[in-house]
Design a protein around this ligand. Structure first.
Ligand code: DQA
Length: 148
């Protein structure tokens, strides 16, 4: 069973490695993307790994997943806590969705405790750093298999 998974990253995640390493770790996004692609090859998934700082671009990519992917792993960054547009796009796309955060958003500031994405996600992974991406792909593989 093969399939394409979109791994979508939102604002400021291009700064990983330099941005608040005490919270987000020292690994850059390019390295995380490479690890995801390798994990994908091992589990027969094509990983399409992307990042944007723009909310509308995330909405476009989520819509593209309707025909272009079997599932979506998304770290929406700060849009997690603000974006009804991303909520609506994920609700409409009808694919398995895993919401992912490097940090444990529930152990941080109160404004990070609410997510517009969680109610439309199949599952949520947070607080496990970059390893969360690999765990998300493994879970996504099972979600896709269960649907086919
Ligand atoms: C984040 C958590 C968000 O609250 C924050 O705005 C981010 C990154 C994470 O991966 O831990 O940009 O999604």
């Amino acid at each position: 069973m093969t399939g394409t998974v979109f791994v979508l990253n939102g604002p400021n995640l291009n700064m990983l490695g330099q941005r608040e390493p005490g919270i987000y770790g020292g690994k850059g996004l390019a390295e995380i993307g490479e690890e995801c692609r390798k994990a994908g090859v091992k589990s027969d998934l094509t990983v399409d790994f992307r990042q944007t700082n723009h909310e509308g671009v995330l909405v476009d990519w989520i819509q593209e997943a309707a025909d272009g992917a079997e599932g979506i792993v998304i770290n929406p960054g700060a849009y997690t806590h603000t974006s009804v547009a991303i909520h609506d796009a994920l609700r409409a796309v009808g694919k398995p969705v895993i919401e992912l955060h490097l940090s444990n958003i529930f152990a941080r500031e109160a404004f990070r405790h609410h997510s517009y994405v969680s109610p439309v996600a199949t599952g949520v992974i947070c607080g496990l750093g970059p390893a969360g991406y690999i765990l998300a792909l493994s879970a996504m593989k099972q979600l896709i298999a269960a649907r086919s």
